[in-house]
Design a protein around this ligand. Structure first.
Ligand code: SIN
Ligand code: CO
Length: 420
Protein backbone atom coordinates (compact mmCIF):
# COMPACT_ATOMS: atom_id res chain seq x y z
CA UNK A 1 0.00 0.00 0.00
CA UNK A 2 1.41 3.40 -0.91
CA UNK A 3 2.31 5.58 1.98
CA UNK A 4 3.63 8.91 2.86
CA UNK A 5 6.44 8.16 5.25
CA UNK A 6 6.93 11.46 7.03
CA UNK A 7 3.24 12.03 7.42
CA UNK A 8 2.76 8.56 8.77
CA UNK A 9 5.53 8.61 11.29
CA UNK A 10 4.54 11.97 12.68
CA UNK A 11 0.81 12.25 12.22
CA UNK A 12 -0.12 8.64 12.89
CA UNK A 13 1.97 8.67 16.00
CA UNK A 14 -0.17 11.38 17.49
CA UNK A 15 -3.46 10.42 15.93
CA UNK A 16 -5.47 10.22 19.07
CA UNK A 17 -8.85 11.32 20.21
CA UNK A 18 -7.87 12.33 23.72
CA UNK A 19 -10.86 13.43 25.74
CA UNK A 20 -13.31 14.61 23.12
CA UNK A 21 -15.30 17.28 24.88
CA UNK A 22 -18.85 16.07 25.30
CA UNK A 23 -20.10 19.60 25.72
CA UNK A 24 -19.91 22.78 23.71
CA UNK A 25 -17.12 25.21 24.54
CA UNK A 26 -19.34 28.23 23.96
CA UNK A 27 -22.45 28.55 26.12
CA UNK A 28 -25.85 27.88 24.51
CA UNK A 29 -26.73 31.53 24.97
CA UNK A 30 -23.78 32.78 22.88
CA UNK A 31 -25.16 34.95 20.09
CA UNK A 32 -22.85 34.61 17.08
CA UNK A 33 -24.39 37.46 15.07
CA UNK A 34 -24.27 39.81 18.02
CA UNK A 35 -20.66 38.84 18.68
CA UNK A 36 -19.62 39.49 15.08
CA UNK A 37 -21.46 42.79 15.00
CA UNK A 38 -20.31 44.20 18.33
CA UNK A 39 -17.08 42.54 19.45
CA UNK A 40 -15.18 40.73 16.68
CA UNK A 41 -12.08 42.79 15.88
CA UNK A 42 -13.43 45.60 18.06
CA UNK A 43 -13.49 44.97 21.77
CA UNK A 44 -12.80 42.25 24.33
CA UNK A 45 -15.51 40.00 25.70
CA UNK A 46 -15.44 37.69 28.68
CA UNK A 47 -17.73 34.74 28.09
CA UNK A 48 -18.36 32.84 31.27
CA UNK A 49 -18.43 29.03 30.94
CA UNK A 50 -21.55 27.05 30.30
CA UNK A 51 -21.76 25.79 33.88
CA UNK A 52 -20.68 22.24 32.99
CA UNK A 53 -17.38 20.93 34.40
CA UNK A 54 -14.60 21.58 31.88
CA UNK A 55 -12.55 18.47 31.17
CA UNK A 56 -9.22 19.27 29.51
CA UNK A 57 -8.78 17.25 26.31
CA UNK A 58 -5.03 16.97 26.99
CA UNK A 59 -3.03 16.44 30.15
CA UNK A 60 -0.02 18.60 31.09
CA UNK A 61 2.21 15.50 30.73
CA UNK A 62 1.08 15.09 27.12
CA UNK A 63 1.96 18.71 26.44
CA UNK A 64 5.39 18.14 27.93
CA UNK A 65 5.71 15.18 25.54
CA UNK A 66 4.82 17.39 22.55
CA UNK A 67 7.45 19.90 23.71
CA UNK A 68 10.12 17.19 23.40
CA UNK A 69 9.46 16.67 19.66
CA UNK A 70 11.60 18.56 17.19
CA UNK A 71 8.75 18.91 14.66
CA UNK A 72 6.43 20.60 17.19
CA UNK A 73 7.00 24.28 17.96
CA UNK A 74 7.33 24.95 21.67
CA UNK A 75 8.62 27.74 23.92
CA UNK A 76 9.32 28.11 27.59
CA UNK A 77 8.96 31.51 29.19
CA UNK A 78 10.26 32.14 32.70
CA UNK A 79 10.19 35.25 34.80
CA UNK A 80 12.47 36.16 37.67
CA UNK A 81 12.31 39.05 40.13
CA UNK A 82 14.82 41.78 39.23
CA UNK A 83 15.08 45.27 40.75
CA UNK A 84 11.47 45.35 41.87
CA UNK A 85 10.20 44.27 38.42
CA UNK A 86 10.34 40.97 36.56
CA UNK A 87 12.92 39.83 34.07
CA UNK A 88 11.82 37.49 31.30
CA UNK A 89 13.66 34.70 29.53
CA UNK A 90 12.62 32.68 26.51
CA UNK A 91 13.83 29.27 25.40
CA UNK A 92 12.70 27.51 22.26
CA UNK A 93 12.06 23.75 22.19
CA UNK A 94 12.53 20.91 21.74
CA UNK A 95 13.08 20.20 25.43
CA UNK A 96 14.14 17.12 27.32
CA UNK A 97 12.80 15.50 30.47
CA UNK A 98 15.87 16.82 32.27
CA UNK A 99 14.96 20.39 31.22
CA UNK A 100 11.59 20.01 32.90
CA UNK A 101 13.18 18.40 35.96
CA UNK A 102 15.37 21.48 36.44
CA UNK A 103 12.51 23.99 36.41
CA UNK A 104 11.52 25.84 39.57
CA UNK A 105 8.11 25.31 41.18
CA UNK A 106 6.63 28.56 39.92
CA UNK A 107 6.79 31.41 37.37
CA UNK A 108 7.15 29.56 34.11
CA UNK A 109 4.88 28.85 31.19
CA UNK A 110 5.27 26.22 28.48
CA UNK A 111 3.65 27.08 25.14
CA UNK A 112 2.92 24.50 22.47
CA UNK A 113 1.86 25.73 19.07
CA UNK A 114 -0.71 24.11 16.73
CA UNK A 115 -1.80 21.33 19.09
CA UNK A 116 -4.92 21.00 16.93
CA UNK A 117 -2.65 19.36 14.34
CA UNK A 118 -1.57 16.67 16.79
CA UNK A 119 -4.57 16.03 18.94
CA UNK A 120 -8.10 15.31 17.74
CA UNK A 121 -9.67 16.22 21.08
CA UNK A 122 -8.08 19.66 20.94
CA UNK A 123 -9.01 20.13 17.29
CA UNK A 124 -12.63 19.30 18.18
CA UNK A 125 -12.74 22.54 20.16
CA UNK A 126 -12.88 24.33 16.79
CA UNK A 127 -16.36 22.92 16.17
CA UNK A 128 -17.90 25.79 18.11
CA UNK A 129 -16.12 28.42 16.06
CA UNK A 130 -17.63 27.69 12.67
CA UNK A 131 -19.20 31.14 12.67
CA UNK A 132 -15.77 32.35 11.57
CA UNK A 133 -14.49 31.05 8.20
CA UNK A 134 -12.16 28.09 8.69
CA UNK A 135 -9.41 29.63 6.54
CA UNK A 136 -9.11 32.46 9.11
CA UNK A 137 -8.19 30.04 11.89
CA UNK A 138 -4.46 29.64 12.37
CA UNK A 139 -4.05 27.19 15.21
CA UNK A 140 -4.75 26.28 18.81
CA UNK A 141 -1.79 27.07 21.03
CA UNK A 142 -1.84 25.65 24.54
CA UNK A 143 -0.02 27.13 27.48
CA UNK A 144 0.66 25.25 30.65
CA UNK A 145 1.76 27.61 33.41
CA UNK A 146 2.74 27.19 37.04
CA UNK A 147 1.70 29.68 39.71
CA UNK A 148 2.75 33.21 38.68
CA UNK A 149 3.68 32.02 35.17
CA UNK A 150 2.66 33.83 32.00
CA UNK A 151 4.08 35.36 28.87
CA UNK A 152 4.21 38.94 30.18
CA UNK A 153 2.35 42.11 29.15
CA UNK A 154 2.03 42.11 25.38
CA UNK A 155 -0.31 42.43 22.43
CA UNK A 156 -0.95 40.27 19.40
CA UNK A 157 -1.61 41.31 15.83
CA UNK A 158 -4.46 38.83 15.56
CA UNK A 159 -7.74 38.02 17.32
CA UNK A 160 -7.67 35.32 19.92
CA UNK A 161 -10.13 33.30 21.98
CA UNK A 162 -8.47 32.28 25.24
CA UNK A 163 -10.28 29.27 26.63
CA UNK A 164 -9.37 28.55 30.22
CA UNK A 165 -8.88 24.87 31.02
CA UNK A 166 -7.26 23.57 34.16
CA UNK A 167 -6.90 26.06 37.03
CA UNK A 168 -7.36 29.79 37.07
CA UNK A 169 -5.73 32.77 35.46
CA UNK A 170 -5.83 36.45 36.17
CA UNK A 171 -6.16 38.52 33.00
CA UNK A 172 -5.35 42.18 33.11
CA UNK A 173 -6.37 44.04 29.97
CA UNK A 174 -4.93 47.37 28.86
CA UNK A 175 -5.86 49.67 26.01
CA UNK A 176 -5.19 49.51 22.29
CA UNK A 177 -1.50 49.56 21.41
CA UNK A 178 0.47 49.19 18.20
CA UNK A 179 3.92 48.67 16.76
CA UNK A 180 4.94 52.16 17.96
CA UNK A 181 4.28 51.29 21.62
CA UNK A 182 7.39 51.17 23.82
CA UNK A 183 8.78 47.69 24.51
CA UNK A 184 10.87 46.43 27.41
CA UNK A 185 14.47 46.46 26.10
CA UNK A 186 16.85 43.50 26.07
CA UNK A 187 14.33 40.71 25.98
CA UNK A 188 13.58 38.40 23.06
CA UNK A 189 9.86 38.80 23.87
CA UNK A 190 7.85 41.75 22.61
CA UNK A 191 6.80 42.94 26.07
CA UNK A 192 5.10 46.26 26.65
CA UNK A 193 7.08 48.74 28.74
CA UNK A 194 4.04 50.73 29.88
CA UNK A 195 1.20 48.41 30.70
CA UNK A 196 -1.78 50.05 32.37
CA UNK A 197 -4.55 47.81 33.64
CA UNK A 198 -8.01 48.90 32.51
CA UNK A 199 -9.87 45.69 33.24
CA UNK A 200 -9.00 42.88 35.60
CA UNK A 201 -10.63 39.46 35.42
CA UNK A 202 -10.09 36.05 36.95
CA UNK A 203 -11.08 33.21 34.65
CA UNK A 204 -11.97 29.69 35.68
CA UNK A 205 -12.19 26.40 33.75
CA UNK A 206 -14.55 26.82 30.77
CA UNK A 207 -14.46 30.63 30.71
CA UNK A 208 -13.47 32.22 27.41
CA UNK A 209 -11.84 35.57 26.90
CA UNK A 210 -12.02 37.05 23.41
CA UNK A 211 -9.40 39.68 22.59
CA UNK A 212 -9.29 41.74 19.40
CA UNK A 213 -5.95 42.46 17.70
CA UNK A 214 -3.70 45.13 19.26
CA UNK A 215 -5.20 44.96 22.72
CA UNK A 216 -2.65 44.94 25.56
CA UNK A 217 -3.09 41.92 27.84
CA UNK A 218 -1.26 40.20 30.65
CA UNK A 219 -2.24 36.77 31.93
CA UNK A 220 -0.84 35.36 35.17
CA UNK A 221 -1.53 31.81 36.32
CA UNK A 222 -3.09 31.29 39.73
CA UNK A 223 -1.76 27.85 40.61
CA UNK A 224 -1.23 25.38 37.75
CA UNK A 225 -3.18 26.54 34.73
CA UNK A 226 -3.84 25.60 31.11
CA UNK A 227 -5.10 28.01 28.44
CA UNK A 228 -6.17 27.09 24.91
CA UNK A 229 -5.64 30.02 22.52
CA UNK A 230 -7.49 29.90 19.23
CA UNK A 231 -5.45 32.23 17.03
CA UNK A 232 -6.45 33.63 13.65
CA UNK A 233 -4.60 34.43 10.44
CA UNK A 234 -4.57 38.15 9.96
CA UNK A 235 -2.22 38.90 7.08
CA UNK A 236 -0.52 42.28 7.17
CA UNK A 237 -1.32 44.74 4.39
CA UNK A 238 2.43 44.81 3.61
CA UNK A 239 2.41 41.01 3.31
CA UNK A 240 -0.67 41.07 1.08
CA UNK A 241 0.78 43.64 -1.32
CA UNK A 242 4.20 42.03 -1.31
CA UNK A 243 3.02 38.49 -1.99
CA UNK A 244 0.29 39.40 -4.48
CA UNK A 245 2.58 41.67 -6.47
CA UNK A 246 5.42 39.10 -6.52
CA UNK A 247 3.00 36.53 -7.91
CA UNK A 248 1.69 38.90 -10.58
CA UNK A 249 5.23 40.02 -11.47
CA UNK A 250 6.03 36.47 -12.47
CA UNK A 251 3.71 36.73 -15.45
CA UNK A 252 4.88 40.18 -16.59
CA UNK A 253 7.49 40.62 -19.33
CA UNK A 254 10.23 43.22 -19.76
CA UNK A 255 8.60 44.45 -22.98
CA UNK A 256 5.35 45.36 -21.21
CA UNK A 257 5.94 49.05 -20.55
CA UNK A 258 4.44 52.35 -19.57
CA UNK A 259 2.60 53.90 -22.53
CA UNK A 260 1.33 57.43 -23.12
CA UNK A 261 -2.31 56.76 -23.87
CA UNK A 262 -3.22 60.35 -24.83
CA UNK A 263 -0.02 62.23 -25.65
CA UNK A 264 -0.28 66.02 -25.83
CA UNK A 265 2.11 68.95 -25.88
CA UNK A 266 2.68 69.93 -22.21
CA UNK A 267 2.14 73.54 -21.13
CA UNK A 268 4.89 73.05 -18.50
CA UNK A 269 7.43 70.55 -19.69
CA UNK A 270 8.65 69.47 -16.23
CA UNK A 271 5.17 68.66 -14.91
CA UNK A 272 3.86 65.16 -14.17
CA UNK A 273 0.18 66.00 -14.45
CA UNK A 274 -2.87 64.34 -12.90
CA UNK A 275 -3.61 62.56 -16.14
CA UNK A 276 -0.35 60.58 -15.77
CA UNK A 277 -1.28 59.48 -12.23
CA UNK A 278 -4.72 58.37 -13.47
CA UNK A 279 -3.06 56.43 -16.23
CA UNK A 280 -0.75 54.68 -13.74
CA UNK A 281 -3.64 53.88 -11.42
CA UNK A 282 -5.52 52.36 -14.36
CA UNK A 283 -2.49 50.29 -15.28
CA UNK A 284 -2.06 49.02 -11.71
CA UNK A 285 -5.75 48.26 -11.40
CA UNK A 286 -5.72 46.28 -14.60
CA UNK A 287 -2.61 44.29 -13.64
CA UNK A 288 -2.98 43.90 -9.87
CA UNK A 289 -6.69 43.94 -9.21
CA UNK A 290 -8.12 41.34 -11.55
CA UNK A 291 -10.81 39.76 -9.26
CA UNK A 292 -10.09 36.22 -10.46
CA UNK A 293 -6.36 36.57 -9.90
CA UNK A 294 -6.78 38.23 -6.52
CA UNK A 295 -9.08 35.54 -5.16
CA UNK A 296 -6.88 32.77 -6.57
CA UNK A 297 -3.83 34.33 -4.95
CA UNK A 298 -5.68 34.80 -1.65
CA UNK A 299 -6.90 31.20 -1.64
CA UNK A 300 -3.35 29.99 -2.09
CA UNK A 301 -1.97 32.43 0.47
CA UNK A 302 -4.49 31.59 3.19
CA UNK A 303 -4.17 27.84 2.72
CA UNK A 304 -0.40 27.77 2.84
CA UNK A 305 0.33 25.33 5.67
CA UNK A 306 1.70 26.70 8.92
CA UNK A 307 4.40 24.03 8.72
CA UNK A 308 4.90 23.16 5.03
CA UNK A 309 7.34 20.33 5.93
CA UNK A 310 4.40 18.49 7.50
CA UNK A 311 2.70 18.31 4.12
CA UNK A 312 5.37 16.44 2.12
CA UNK A 313 4.50 15.04 -1.30
CA UNK A 314 3.60 11.35 -1.28
CA UNK A 315 6.61 9.12 -1.61
CA UNK A 316 4.85 7.03 -4.23
CA UNK A 317 2.95 9.18 -6.69
CA UNK A 318 -0.27 7.55 -7.85
CA UNK A 319 -2.23 7.97 -11.06
CA UNK A 320 -6.00 8.32 -10.69
CA UNK A 321 -6.72 4.74 -11.83
CA UNK A 322 -4.31 3.20 -9.34
CA UNK A 323 -5.81 5.27 -6.55
CA UNK A 324 -9.34 4.33 -7.64
CA UNK A 325 -8.34 0.68 -7.47
CA UNK A 326 -6.70 1.07 -4.05
CA UNK A 327 -9.85 2.75 -2.74
CA UNK A 328 -12.00 -0.07 -4.13
CA UNK A 329 -9.72 -2.51 -2.31
CA UNK A 330 -10.34 -0.77 1.01
CA UNK A 331 -7.80 2.05 1.22
CA UNK A 332 -9.24 4.84 3.34
CA UNK A 333 -8.06 8.42 3.03
CA UNK A 334 -7.97 11.02 5.78
CA UNK A 335 -7.06 14.68 5.70
CA UNK A 336 -3.53 15.55 6.64
CA UNK A 337 -4.11 17.47 9.91
CA UNK A 338 -1.54 20.04 8.81
CA UNK A 339 -3.42 20.71 5.56
CA UNK A 340 -5.61 23.70 4.92
CA UNK A 341 -8.62 23.62 2.58
CA UNK A 342 -10.77 26.46 1.18
CA UNK A 343 -12.76 27.12 -2.00
CA UNK A 344 -14.40 29.84 -4.04
CA UNK A 345 -17.47 29.59 -6.23
CA UNK A 346 -18.33 32.61 -8.32
CA UNK A 347 -19.78 33.21 -11.75
CA UNK A 348 -20.25 29.44 -12.18
CA UNK A 349 -16.56 28.77 -11.59
CA UNK A 350 -15.36 26.67 -8.68
CA UNK A 351 -11.81 26.72 -7.45
CA UNK A 352 -10.32 24.64 -4.66
CA UNK A 353 -7.34 25.87 -2.63
CA UNK A 354 -5.38 23.33 -0.68
CA UNK A 355 -2.02 23.87 0.99
CA UNK A 356 -1.11 26.79 -1.21
CA UNK A 357 -2.25 25.16 -4.48
CA UNK A 358 -5.13 26.46 -6.60
CA UNK A 359 -7.11 23.79 -8.43
CA UNK A 360 -9.75 24.85 -10.95
CA UNK A 361 -12.66 22.42 -10.71
CA UNK A 362 -15.30 21.60 -13.31
CA UNK A 363 -18.95 22.31 -12.48
CA UNK A 364 -19.50 18.59 -11.81
CA UNK A 365 -17.29 18.86 -8.70
CA UNK A 366 -18.49 22.23 -7.42
CA UNK A 367 -21.08 20.74 -5.06
CA UNK A 368 -18.44 18.52 -3.43
CA UNK A 369 -16.08 21.30 -2.47
CA UNK A 370 -18.02 22.53 0.62
CA UNK A 371 -18.02 19.12 2.35
CA UNK A 372 -14.41 18.52 1.29
CA UNK A 373 -13.33 21.82 2.86
CA UNK A 374 -15.44 21.41 5.98
CA UNK A 375 -13.33 21.57 9.14
CA UNK A 376 -13.94 18.35 10.90
CA UNK A 377 -12.47 15.36 12.52
CA UNK A 378 -9.32 14.87 10.50
CA UNK A 379 -8.95 11.24 11.44
CA UNK A 380 -12.43 10.39 10.14
CA UNK A 381 -11.97 8.57 6.81
CA UNK A 382 -13.30 10.58 3.88
CA UNK A 383 -15.34 7.59 2.70
CA UNK A 384 -18.43 9.45 1.50
CA UNK A 385 -16.59 12.29 -0.17
CA UNK A 386 -14.22 9.85 -1.91
CA UNK A 387 -17.17 7.84 -3.21
CA UNK A 388 -18.89 11.00 -4.44
CA UNK A 389 -15.72 12.21 -6.17
CA UNK A 390 -15.22 8.85 -7.86
CA UNK A 391 -18.87 8.81 -8.96
CA UNK A 392 -18.30 12.23 -10.53
CA UNK A 393 -15.96 10.52 -13.05
CA UNK A 394 -12.39 11.10 -14.17
CA UNK A 395 -12.24 14.67 -12.85
CA UNK A 396 -13.12 13.47 -9.35
CA UNK A 397 -10.53 10.68 -9.44
CA UNK A 398 -7.91 13.12 -10.79
CA UNK A 399 -8.66 15.54 -7.95
CA UNK A 400 -8.30 12.81 -5.33
CA UNK A 401 -5.00 11.67 -6.85
CA UNK A 402 -3.70 15.21 -6.92
CA UNK A 403 -4.59 15.81 -3.27
CA UNK A 404 -3.05 12.48 -2.33
CA UNK A 405 0.13 13.08 -4.30
CA UNK A 406 0.69 16.55 -2.87
CA UNK A 407 0.35 15.15 0.68
CA UNK A 408 -2.96 16.79 1.62
CA UNK A 409 -4.75 13.44 1.90
CA UNK A 410 -3.11 10.54 3.68
CA UNK A 411 -3.77 6.81 3.80
CA UNK A 412 -5.55 5.95 7.04
CA UNK A 413 -3.08 3.50 8.54
CA UNK A 414 -3.56 1.63 11.75
CA UNK A 415 -1.26 2.80 14.54
CA UNK A 416 0.41 -0.56 14.82
CA UNK A 417 1.06 -0.99 11.08
CA UNK A 418 4.74 -0.95 10.44
CA UNK A 419 6.51 1.44 8.11
CA UNK A 420 7.40 -0.96 5.35
C1 SIN B 1 -1.21 32.42 27.68
O1 SIN B 1 -1.81 31.40 27.36
O2 SIN B 1 -0.90 32.62 28.87
C2 SIN B 1 -0.85 33.48 26.70
C3 SIN B 1 -1.73 33.58 25.54
C4 SIN B 1 -1.74 34.97 24.96
O3 SIN B 1 -1.60 35.92 25.67
O4 SIN B 1 -1.91 35.16 23.76
CO1 CO C 1 -1.45 37.22 23.65
Amino acid sequence: MPRNRLAKSEYQRYKRMGNRLNFKVLPETFDEEDFLRNYWQKKPLLIRGNGKPFVDPVAPEELAGFACEDFIESRLIQSHPANGARQWTLRNGPFTEQDFGRLPETHWSLLIQAVDQWHEGVRAMLDDFRFIPSWRIDDIMISYATDGGGVGPHFDYYDVFLIQGLGKKRWRLGGHVDSNSALIPDTPLRLLADFKTEEDWIVEPGDILYLPPNLAHYGIAIGDSMTYSIGFRTPSIAGIIDDLSSEIMQELREDQRYVDTAPRVPSRTGEIDAHVADQLIGLLQERLLDPGKVSRWFGRYMTTPKYPDLVPVAETQLDPDTLRLALAEGLQLVKNPSSRFAFTERAGKAELYVDGHAIACPASLAGLLPPLCETGIVSAPLTMICESLLRAGDDGAALLARLYNQGSLLPDLEDDEDDE
